[in-house]
Design a protein around this ligand. Structure first.
Ligand code: CA
Length: 437
């Protein structure tokens, strides 16, 4: 598991004043992403306050050596896959070097200043070329709520408490935060209609999830033991698994989601590293009395002791009219990320148990993270109880599902006693009207 070091020191401040009390990017975070500015080539950067530190420029400087330079070199291209392919050691060395350079006590301020770019003038893109994207279903309250809507007599299928359920998602349509989502077409079939029709979805929804970025891969045929799963997890972001519920309801049996999900998935642009998250590790909540114990290959002592994360997740919405009238975003839900029945390490271990190889830059989604009560439900399907109970907006408008012009945003806040809180940055998207066919 990841250890605490000087980079997590809550007393450490940066000479970049906007980093102090920054909600997402104080000096204790230092997430990695890919940015470009002024027509330049996309390259790796580190978020610090309101700025981005250019890792390609840093790699060319004389400020780094050894493993830190190796990691910065690997982050100098237009994707972070080479950085992700390294073990955690060079990544941690770069984190420690960058932290020291940005520390208020650093003597390298003049040398580093030209490598900083105002984030507002930069364009962020996907942090990695995603070879494969797998979406899990570990939010047990979501699985139960949705199960109740789709199968009232049989909400949680018998495999749920034995298998970390997942399916292979679509990597080509994963987009970075800020990319609008086009309302998709699909096959819809009303319950009593004799036949389906091709139409624009009327039940566009979001799903609040964590994204997991795979670091070092495993060789084909070689399973990842639960004790080693953490070595393959480079970091985390927020993930919105946009979903067309009417398409989903018609198409999902027997093989699961397909076009209801594959039109777009949105991730936040920054990979918050496993190292940055070390102070926010907490015990995996115990299973309720009577639940089966996982099979031994999914049981790790360390994983159970610190395999969950102290992250508060939140979803907000604005409609076009709310923005025009100057209303603040409306919070749709708020809840802890610990509402996961399986840990991320269990997801990784299970994914590889059949010999499937994971690659650097692969993306896992946790599945929708809902809490046990309505204020922590992670989708409109749940909040509106399948469309039966609309959510009221401050304008008097109502929502059962998303309307064109809505902006949906996810956020996450990592908090622990005596620690500086960090965040992911934005994960948002504007809903655009469907294209005419
Ligand atoms: Ca999902």
């Amino acid at each position: 598991m990841n250890s605490i070091d000087e980079t997590h020191n809550p007393a450490r401040t940066s000479w970049i004043t906007s980093a102090q009390s920054h909600p997402d990017f104080p000096i204790q975070n230092l997430p990695f992403g890919i940015f470009s500015n002024d027509g330049g080539a996309p390259r790796g950067g580190v978020a610090i306050g309101d700025f981005i530190l250019d890792l390609a420029a840093l790699a060319q400087s004389s400020l780094l050596d050894g493993a830190a330079r190796q990691a910065a070199d690997a982050a100098s291209g237009d994707s972070l896959n080479p950085l992700l392919a390294l073990t955690a050691d060079p990544r941690r060395a770069l984190r420690r070097a960058v932290s020291a350079l940005l520390d208020s006590n650093s003597t390298h301020r003049d040398a580093v200043t030209p490598m900083l770019h105002p984030a507002i003038a930069c364009t962020l893109q996907l942090p990695a070329r995603i070879g494969d994207y797998t979406d899990f279903y570990v939010g047990i309250h979501h699985a139960t709520n949705v199960g109740l809507l789709f199968r009232p007599d049989n909400p949680l299928l018998p495999n749920y408490k034995h298998v970390p359920i997942g399916y292979h998602g679509r990597a080509s349509s994963v987009r970075v935060s800020g990319t609008p989502v086009l309302r998709p077409h699909g096959q819809l079939k009303a319950t009593h209609a004799p036949a389906p029709e091709l139409a624009v979805t009327r039940r566009l929804d979001y799903e609040l999830e964590l994204g997991v970025w795979i670091g070092k891969g495993n060789a084909p045929g070689v399973a990842i033991p639960i004790e080693e799963a953490g070595q393959h997890i480079a970091g985390f972001s927020l993930l919105n698994d946009w979903s067309a519920r009417d398409v989903q309801a018609w198409e999902y049996q027997p093989l699961g989601p397909f076009l209801a999900k594959s039109f777009q998935t949105t991730v936040s642009p920054w990979i918050v590293t496993a190292e940055a998250l070390a102070p926010f590790r907490i015990a995996q909540p115990g299973r309720p009395e009577g639940d089966p114990a996982p099979l031994p290959y999914l049981c790790g002592v360390d994983d159970q002791a610190q395999g969950a994360l102290a992250i508060t997740l939140e979803v907000t919405i604005t409609s076009e009219r709310m923005r025009a009238e100057g209303h603040a975003p409306l919070r749709l839900s708020q809840g802890p990320a610990s509402n996961m029945y399986w840990t991320v390490a269990q997801m990784v271990t299970h994914h590889s148990v059949n010999g499937c190889n994971l690659n650097p830059g692969d993306l896992l989604g946790t599945g929708t993270i809902s809490g046990p009560t309505r204020h922590a439900y992670g989708s409109l399907l749940e909040l509106s109880n399948g469309g039966a109970h609309p959510v009221e907006l401050p304008t008097g408008e109502t929502r059962t599902f998303l309307e064109d012009g809505d902006i949906l945003s996810l956020s996450g806040r990592m908090e622990a006693k005596d620690r500086v809180s960090i965040g992911f940055g934005p994960c948002s998207g504007l809903v655009l009207a469907a294209q005419k066919r």
